[in-house]
Design a protein around this ligand. Sequence first.
Ligand code: PLP
Length: 441
Amino acid sequence: MNDQVSRLGDHSGPVLRTPLPGPRARRTVAEDEQVTSPSLPRAYPCVPVRGEGCLIEDADGNVLLDFNAGIATNSTGHAHPRVVAAVQEQAARLLHYCSSDFYVPVYAELCARLAGLSPFGEDARVFLANSGTEAVEASLKLARRHTGRPNVVSFLGSFHGRTYGSVSVTGSQHTYRDGFGPLPPGVFHAPYNDTFTHPDGTRTTVPGYLEDVLFTRLTAPEEVAAVLVEPVLGEGGYVPADADWLRGLRALCDRHGILLIADEVQTGCGRTGAFWACDRYGVTPDILLAGKGLASGLPLSAMIARAGVMDWPVGTHGSTFGGNPVSCAAALATADLVTGSLAENALKQGAFLLDRLQHLADGPHVESVTGLGLMIGVTFASARFAAEVEAACFRRGLLVLQAGDRTVRVSPPLVLREDQAATGADLLCEAVAACAAAGIR
Ligand code: PLP
């Protein structure tokens, strides 16, 4: 059995035993759909039962190449032995104790580690929660409480989560909001990467809308507690921020005493080739949010803030499960691996993949191929084409996922090897060619 386990991760690509989905997968899907919430946005009938490295085994014994990493959560790959060992050791010692009320050593150890990894260049404090949306909620509360200001600015195309505060700042699709109103007030959405066209026709990407429209017509900047931004739009289509625009946002926040919150739930923990995407841009926020890959797939998120900003008094915020010891142990092992070599590997394999996929943009069906590290988006001419490519990849045993209006995202585990990157790129190109040949528009 061990022999079989060690062989799964060694594959350079998919090994299909049945057409996808196979008979067992079909049965699981049918049973699942009887009892699970119909709100779940299942992408395609993938039924994973085991994983190792960048490979997944499904219910029918098919081996699938995972370019989703469980939506950017399995940062160190599936079942990394060092993460598994850390989890097992911590689980055998102490499964849970509430760190909001008591002092669990591994909680403080992880907070110290994350404070040390923070980009602030000054003392930081850390609050741990279970999910990305909770980190976002915490940051909205902290920003309002610290500044005493009511309003928040976020961006069109952004995704920050599904709880009430987070969905109020989300600006990617109305589906997330429809029927749930009224949402919390005090939120203004601005264009992401907004471009200013000069009289001579040249263009600069600056956050001009905020000064020119929002702060003139809708709210005084002195009423704004925070600007919340993803350094790369995640669910919104894997759109990297323009560096000048992000720097402009920082300068604008400084001018008006507004806190800059970087939502690095999807971009953080090595995915873009540095521990934080902000490091790649050289832009320092006041509050940084992490989740998803932080604990290699175990539920954990973090709000990391300049110590002077995290000044809320005792009792104002907490969480029963946030910073669960097993998740913290997984996060410490993950941080060791990411700072050890995986962020660097993300940079290297990301450049390799981008290079292999770039030629797609020469064809009529692909609008652009963009990315930062192992966060690559292929944007197609239509939503239908993107959907068909996603399905064609699945049929070939490559797992990718749509994002934004018509993008397919590539976000493999950071342990991706070059042979696996090459296989995945070939399969994606093959899927695009097959969709084009089928006359899909
Ligand atoms: N923020 C960003 C940038 C995300 O991509 C997501 C999830 O996709 C969230 C927040 C919400 O995280 P969660 O689903 O863990 O609540």
